[in-house]
Design a protein around this ligand. Structure first.
Ligand SMILES: *Cc1c(COP(=O)(O)O)cnc(C)c1O
Length: 395
């Protein structure tokens, strides 16, 4: 049995998206900037994709800029706000401690350039309070950037309320919505969002494509200089087949997101219930305000890495911490941000379900995780100390 339970890392392209990618690569290979028919056909495909993407998040097509993915969109949004801030003498940015590294590392760069960065606490449940955003806003704040849903623990933030605070205080608001778009309802107008990042490979589209929504009237800064593509804001010949395939995947996923979410929520809650039976374990992040497919646990007395390897032997593909940090020995910055201590954060497991997963698979995962955790605890020195009372249980 092979079970893919790592949908927050990436997703398999849908058949429809693969079809679009192939078909466009074969038939619409012109350069959208060329004036002859081949080029104009590509231009049409590109603009149709822009309309489709815009309609899913309730934006105007002119507010959509295609990028190479979520990381690029995050960088461009944040550097844009910093540039606008610099011109107005405002060099304070508010974000949170559990953002994706595409956001955190960009903010770190700005800190070195003299910006003052406030990272808000995300509390034990992994949720930021709008009133705390409001309290942190100063006269020199040029940006609030808070993710829509966390990629590790799946917690969904009160984005609409945070957006409303920013509107009222006249501060730009960006959200990394990579884990949210196509999975839960996202509406840039109702949610008071000024800039939003999204990535196709998180919703069954191709890797290396994504988009940035930037509200009309905001002067976007370029990351890449060159030709006049994307209204002069993102140079380089457009990845037309990839962008068209992204639009296909997005429309398809968006069309079925409510029934898909209902089904995934049931599977998720069953998985949580099953894993909670393991002694000295704990769910990470709020149980209700979380992505339909996200389950993230800590198990005391074991190492997440060993857990992953043994689950892999049983055919289960999962994650511990995020893909970007695995390979390093540091525990997940997200788990530390919700107050897990190092030892406990090391024993974490993220299972993220998608539409291919079944009830049988969930039962098999529960059984396998139980077995593996028990096996690993059997020869864990930390577990022995916990059992003998030399060390105190935390979970
Ligand atoms: C995956 C992810 C990104 C990065 O997107 P890429 O398209 O891989 O660059 C950014 N933010 C979040 C929350 C993500 O899950």
């Amino acid at each position: 049995m092979k079970i893919y339970a790592d949908h927050a890392a990436t997703t398999k392209m849908s058949d429809a998206a693969v079809n679009t990618l192939l078909c466009m690569s074969k038939e619409v290979w012109g350069n959208p900037s060329s004036l002859y028919e081949h080029g104009q056909k590509a231009k049409e495909v590109l603009e149709q994709a822009r309309e489709d993407v815009a309609s899913v998040i309730n934006a105007d097509p002119k507010e959509i800029y295609f990028t190479s993915g979520g990381s690029e969109a995050d960088n461009q949004a944040i550097l844009t706000a910093a540039e606008i801030g610099r011109k107005q003498g405002k060099k304070h940015i508010i974000s949170s401690a559990f953002e994706h590294h595409a956001v955190l590392h960009t903010l770190e760069k700005l800190r070195r350039e003299g910006f003052d960065i406030t990272l808000l606490d995300v509390h034990e449940n992994g949720i930021i309070l709008p009133c705390e955003v409001e309290d942190a806003i100063r006269d020199d704040t040029c940006l609030v950037t808070i993710m829509y849903a966390n990629n590790e623990i799946g917690t969904i933030q009160p984005i609409r309320e945070i957006g409303a605070v920013c509107r009222r205080k006249k501060v730009l608001f960006h959200t990394d919505a990579v884990q949210a778009v196509a999975h839960i309802p996202v509406d840039v107008k109702a949610d008071n969002i000024d800039m939003l990042s999204s990535s196709a490979h998180k919703f069954h589209g191709p890797k290396g494509t994504g988009f940035l929504y930037c509200k009309k009237g905001i002067q976007l800064s370029n990351l890449i200089e060159g030709g006049a593509q994307e209204r002069g804001k993102r140079a380089g010949t457009e990845n037309v087949p990839g962008i068209a395939a992204m639009a296909t995947a997005l429309k398809e996923m968006d069309g079925k997101k409510m029934p898909a979410a209902a089904r995934l929520t049931k599977l998720r809650d069953r998985l949580i219930e099953g894993l909670q039976q393991i002694p000295h374990s704990a769910l990470n992040g709020d149980a209700k305000h979380r992505l339909p497919g996200n389950v993230n646990f800590c198990f005391e007395g074991i190492e997440g890495e060993s857990l992953l390897l043994l689950l892999d032997d049983k055919g289960i593909m999962a994650s511990s911490g995020s893909a970007c940090t695995s390979g390093s020995l540091d525990p997940s910055h997200v788990l530390l941000a919700i107050g897990r201590i190092h030892d406990v954060a090391h024993g974490s497991l993220r299972l993220t379900l998608g539409e291919e997963n079944t009830e049988e698979e969930v039962e098999y995962i529960i059984k396998s995780v139980k077995e593996v955790v028990e096996y690993l605890r059997g020869f864990s020195p930390v577990w022995r100390e916990l059992m003998s009372g030399e060390r105190e249980f935390i979970l």
